[in-house]
Each structure stands twice: as structure tokens, then as C-alpha cells.
Design a protein around this ligand. Structure first.
Ligand code: ADP
Length: 632
């Protein structure tokens, strides 16, 4: 029986799909090559799978199957050839004439022509029509000795006829549209293959011109990709140098990464990850809307850059590759967002990254960890809120400056240094190290020999709330109203006595500062400073409040507690002045000045700087007059 050429109508869905693809992706035409190479790569994968149980599909002594891309300038064609599993006549008709996955069409229609969306979605074979006005597919299935040719111009129909093909596999010939001849250039194809298909695990060869010394041009096959996905190798088989080269290739970063994690997860889901911490932070790290995330591969086929669904935002500095065996090749960002596979991957990415950081932190190379910390610490700390389940792993990785050591300290080291009787971990919040180091809030703590962590990063107050405690020890702000310090009976009695003695002065303070503070009381924490402001239970610290107000001037203000130091000479003198009955105005001016000065000392703005300056001038004038009269 001689098979004649037959003409068939496409299934209605195919016509719609073709129409959608061509109309939505006209500005992303180049993806056709990725799609066809990925199909070829799949066909080789399938062949290998079939060959496991049926060796008739493979010829004896056959070379490893490859993918070959070539062009014919005169004919205006690109040919993509593979030694994969091939297709029978029926398979050609079914695979290329009907839509197998009804979900594909539904998704594409819902994406309503959004090229971005559709572009990230594998559109498969029909993308050939983005650049071609006619496509011929000649295929010979493994184990069969006949070949068939499928051909279509993407209108209503396709044809099927008997053809010749010497060996098993598929040859796809694209008759390029008149304005798509740029794809005839070998360099163009090489760059597309490198960009999109470098990690395809089968060799991709390109027929490229070679310019001889004699002026003759010949053509030669050259392998374009490495043909092995580095991340699929066992870590034992990859050198540091190879990892770093891969990192540089991936990120276009020329500096070495700080550390990496390479893992294979084989549970209910199968995926591989190779992730790096870059040596340098990108300038836009703090810009939340910047794209981040890792490259997603599905079965070694590149799917998308910046798959942010796979990485929590507080690890947005991580770079690398995730290769899933379970996600569909046509996965879109929308599908990724909803997929439970994504959640599993993200969880493992988080765990493995934290493990790698732990290892770096515990390594000899403290400089590397410190670089990590100064580059990414602020972002990393967001994790204390974003993923509470991980805070046990995050906390030991935190680093702070402190009152007791040069350089950075971990909480673990802090706890080791805690002195007898100390029950909490103390910290002080503020703008800069020099400001917090001099903070009056520290006086009592220093007096007891307690170390205080300096938290000067904008995110610290929020982050530390997410942490709460470490090693069963509460984190307590030095500016908190109740420091939970033990006060000796003697000290307590002294303070109570002083409170009675200074009662009128304290009342005067309360009257004058009624609008600004919640309460005025004697302090048990001050030794050197006349006063300080502390935060009532549940209140906001000044530092965070300033930040919030910078964004929203109407943000609520926490009224704080003013603590005064009963033993300070200034307070003593003020009390005498108050008791003398004369100079009530003077006392009021002193109180206001003291309050403003307390604000300035902690880096907060004063309400009326002009008024403060005038009061200061008067006070200085009086003081200078007093100094002069003393001399006289
Ligand atoms: P998808 O790859 O998403 O299934 P395509 O439209 O790209 O959709 O391809 C449809 C089918 O055609 C594939 O599933 C595969 O069975 C078959 N096919 C495509 N290209 C090849 C090829 N080079 N070799 C063998 N089979 C192929």
C-alpha cells in the first residue's frame, strides 16, 4: 500500500492556540528556539527511558543522541534535529494536530494575550510559527523503519506524507518569514542557545561558519552548551572553581560568591538546588520591588529568571538555580504562586540557606561571615518576622556590636559572657553606635557589669520584637520602663525616701511636661545623667517612632516616662530652687531645658528648637554672670 499525502484539519483548539501564541508573543519571537530545543531534549530523555526496557529503539554502538541546529541561508530555513524518540504517523497527527492538555488553552485564554505571562509559559511546538510561515516535521520513531512528514502553514490544515529519514529522531525545518532572517545568523542562534538552553543536559551542536586562512569559508559543527547541568552533578564531582565559574556565568558577577549550598531533595518531591550568597550586595537590595529570586528549571529546561516564589523575600540576595522534576514545563508565575510544590521548595531553600550560613558563621573565615552580615544583615533580619518557624535557626546567625567587645558578637557569645545574676539580654536602640554607647539608659546596666547590644539598624526594633527571646532569655530594651533589675532593699528604701523628699519637684516636672510625658518618676537606673526617657510597657521606642513619622507624620506618638536621677547635683539644685519658693519661672525653664536636652541626647527632635536656643542663651548668660561675680 502506498501511503498518499493526506490533508487534515487541525482540531479547533489548535487553531485557537496557534492564533493566541502568534498574536501574544510577536515581541518575544526568539523563544521558539528554546521551545523546540526543549522538545528535542525531552524526546531524548524519553528515548533513554524507553531504552531501559526496550533496546530495539537504539542502534548498536550508537553515539549519544544530540540536538543539532543549522541554517540554510539560500532556502531561508532553520533546522532543529534530534536523535530522540521520534514520532509515528499517528503520533505526529495527535501531538501536533490536537491539544493534549486542555489546561494549556484555558490558561492562555485567561492570560488574555499578556505576552509577559504567556512568554514565561512554555508554549511548545506552535511557537515555531512565531518566525516561520511553514514548518515541516520529519520524524522516525524508535524501532520503526518508516519516516513521516508533517507539514503546515498554520492555517486550517496540515499534511501528512511518507518521507525519508536515515535514522531515528525528528527534524524540524522552519521556513522563516521574510522579515525573520536574523535567525539565519549562527552567532544569533549561538547566543540564544547559550542564554536559554545552556543547561540542557544533551549536547546541542550548531553548524557555524569557519573562516580559513585561505579566505575560504567552511562550515563546522560546534557544541554550544556544556551538556551537563552542573547542579545535577554530585557535589563531590564539582570543584570550588567550577562552582564559582558557574556562579559567575549565571549572575554576570565577577566577584567570588561568599558561600553556596548544593542540595538534592528526594522526598515526595524531587528537586535540586544550587544557590549562592553573592560577595557583593546589589545596589537595589533594599528596593522591595526589584526582581529577585533564583532561576527555575524544570527537568533541566530553563523556565524563568527571578522565580521569587521559590525564595523568601528576606533571602532575596540569594542567586542560583532550582531544578524541579515535578513542576510542569509550562509552569507560569501564577501557577507557581499557587502550587504546593513551590511551598515545599521554598521551605527547603530556606533551610539549606540557613545551614550554609551556619557553616560559614562557624568557619575559620570570620571575615566572610562578617561581609555577609554587613551586606545582607538588614534584609536577613526581616526573617524574624516573616518566618517565625525559622527563628530558632535565624537567631544564632544574628550579629551585633556591643558594649563589651570590639567587632560583632553573636547572641550565643553574649549569653556565654552573661554575669552572675543577669537574667536577660539587654540592648539599646538608636541611630548610631556613638549615640547608643553614651545613652543614659545604659548606666545602671553598666554599673552591674551587664553587656548591652547596640542596635542601630533601622529594622532592629521591629526585628527584635520578632525574636522575643534567645536561649530562654528575654531580650530587654535598656530604655524599657521596667528593666527587671534587682534592687537591693537598701537602694529601694533610699529611692522611696528620695521620692518623698522630692515630691514637690516631681509634681512640678509633671505639670510642666504634662503634654509631653506620661509620668515623671525617680530613676533606679541613672548614675551619671540627670534624666532619661523610658518606654512604658508595650510602647514604641523613639527610634522606631521617628522612622514611622518620617513616613506618616500623623502616626501616633507614645508618651514616655521621664525618669530623674535623685542624686544628680543638677536635680538637687533644682529642688533647692523649687523649695526656695522664689524663681518659679526659672524652675519651669530649667525643666523644659532638661527635657529638650534629654531628647537631643537620644537623637530625637525637640518640639521648638528656637525656644530651646533662647532659653539656653538666657541660662548661659546667667551662668557667665555668676562666674564673673565669683571671680570678683
Ligand atoms: P508539550 O511539549 O508541552 O507537550 P508541544 O506542543 O511542544 O507540547 O509538543 C507536543 C508533543 O509533540 C510533545 O508532547 C511530544 O510528544 C511531541 N513532540 C514535539 N517535539 C518533538 C520531538 N522533537 N521529538 C519527539 N516528539 C516531539
Amino acid at each position: 500500500m502506498v501511503a498518499k499525502k493526506s490533508t487534515r484539519k487541525f482540531q479547533a483548539e489548535v487553531s485557537r492556540l496557534l492564533h493566541l501564541v502568534v498574536n501574544s508573543l510577536y515581541s518575544n519571537k526568539e523563544i521558539f528556539l528554546r521551545e523546540l530545543i526543549s522538545n528535542s531534549s525531552d524526546a531524548i530523555d524519553k528515548l533513554k527511558l524507553v531504552a531501559l526496557t526496550d533496546d530495539s529503539v537504539i542502534e548498536a554502538n550508537e553515539e549519544a543522541p544530540r540536538i543539532r541546529v543549522s541554517t540554510d541561508r539560500e532556502a531561508g530555513t532553520i533546522t532543529i534535529e534530534d536523535g530522540g524518540v521520534g514520532m509515528t504517523r499517528d503520533e505526529l497527527a495527535t501531538n501536533l494536530g490536537t491539544v493534549a492538555h486542555s489546561g494549556t488553552l484555558k490558561f492562555l485564554e485567561e492570560a488574555k494575550g499578556d505576552a509577559q505571562l504567556i512568554g514565561q509559559f512554555g508554549v511548545g511546538f506552535y511557537s515555531a510559527f512565531l518566525v516561520a510561515d511553514r514548518v515541516d516535521v520529519v520524524s522516525r520513531a524508535g524501532g520503526s523503519d518508516e519516516a513521516w512528514k508533517w507539514s503546515s502553514d498554520a492555517q486550517e490544515t496540515y499534511t501528512l506524507e511518507a518521507a525519508e529519514r536515515a535514522t531515528r529522531g525528528t527534524t524540524i525545518t522552519l521556513h522563516l518569514q521574510d522579515d525573520q532572517t536574523e535567525y539565519l545568523d549562527a552567532w544569533k542562534l549561538r547566543s540564544l542557545i547559550t542564554r536559554y538552553s545552556d543547561y540542557v543536559s544533551h549536547p546541542i551542536e550548531l553548524l557555524e561558519p569557519k573562516y580559513g586562512d585561505d579566505g575560504e569559508t567552511t562550515e563546522e559543527w560546534g557544541q554550544v552548551n556544556e551538556a551537563s547541568a552542573l547542579w545535577q552533578k554530585s557535589a563531590d564531582d564539582v570543584t570550588d572553581e567550577q562552582y564559582n565559574e558557574f556562579y559567575k556565568h549565571l549572575t554576570h558577577d565577577y566577584t567570588e560568591p561568599l558561600t553556596r549550598t548544593h542540595f538534592k531533595i528526594e522526598g515526595t518531591q524531587l528537586f535540586t538546588g544550587l544557590l549562592f550568597v553573592p560577595g557583593k550586595a546589589p545596589h537595589d537590595l533594599f528596593w522591595r520591588n526589584q526582581p529577585y529570586g533564583v532561576r527555575l528549571f524544570v527537568n533541566r529546561v530553563f523556565i524563568m529568571d527571578d522565580a521569587e516564589e521559590l525564595v523568601p523575600s528576606w533571602l532575596r540576595f540569594m542567586k542560583g538555580v532550582i531544578d524541579s522534576d515535578d513542576l510542569p514545563l509550562n509552569v507560569s508565575r501564577e501557577l507557581l504562586q499557587e502550587s504546593s510544590i513551590t511551598r515545599t521548595i521554598r521551605k527547603q531553600v530556606t533551610k539549606k540557606t540557613l545551614d550554609a550560613l551556619k557553616k560559614l558563621a562557624g568557619s575559620e573565615d570570620q571575615e566572610a561571615y562578617n561581609t555577609f552580615w554587613s551586606n545582607y544583615g538588614s534584609v536577613f533580619k526581616e526573617g524574624l518576622h516573616e518566618d517565625r518557624t525559622m527563628s530558632g535557626k535565624i537567631a544564632p546567625l544574628l550579629r551585633y556590636r556591643s558594649s563589651s567587645v570590639d567587632g560583632l558578637t553573636s547572641l550565643t557569645e553574649y549569653v556565654e559572657r552573661m554575669v552572675e545574676g543577669q537574667e536577660a539580654i539587654y540592648y539599646v536602640l538608636g541611630e548610631s553606635e556613638s549615640a547608643v554607647a553614651a545613652s543614659p539608659h545604659l548606666e545602671a546596666l553598666k554599673g552591674k557589669g551587664y553587656e548591652v547590644l547596640y542596635m542601630t539598624d533601622a529594622i532592629d526594633e521591629w526585628a527584635v520584637q520578632g525574636l522575643g527571646e534567645f536561649d530562654e532569655k528575654k531580650l530587654v530594651s535598656a530604655a524599657q520602663a521596667d528593666l527587671g533589675l534587682d534592687e537591693t532593699d537598701e537602694a529601694k528604701a533610699e529611692r522611696e525616701e528620695a521620692t518623698t523628699e522630692l515630691k514637690p519637684l516631681i509634681e512640678r516636672f509633671s505639670e510642666v511636661l504634662d503634654d509631653q510625658v506620661q509620668e515623671v518618676r525617680l530613676s533606679s537606673r541613672l548614675t551619671d545623667s540627670p534624666c532619661c526617657l523610658v518606654v512604658p510597657e508595650g510602647g514604641q521606642h523613639a527610634h522606631l517612632e521617628r522612622l514611622l513619622k518620617a513616613h506618616d507624620p500623623t502616626a501616633p506618638t507614645t508618651k514616655r516616662i521621664l525618669e530623674i536621677n535623685a542624686t544628680h547635683p543638677l536635680i538637687r539644685n533644682l529642688n533647692l530652687l523649687q523649695e526656695s519658693g522664689t524663681g518659679a519661672d526659672a524652675v519651669e525653664a530649667w525643666i523644659e531645658t532638661l527635657f529638650d536636652q534629654t531628647l537631643l541626647a537620644e537623637g530625637s527632635p525637640v518640639v521648638d528648637p528656637g525656644r530651646l536656643a533662647r532659653r539656653m542663651t538666657t541660662l548661659l548668660q546667667d551662668a557667665s554672670a555668676a562666674a564673673l561675680s565669683q571671680q570678683a
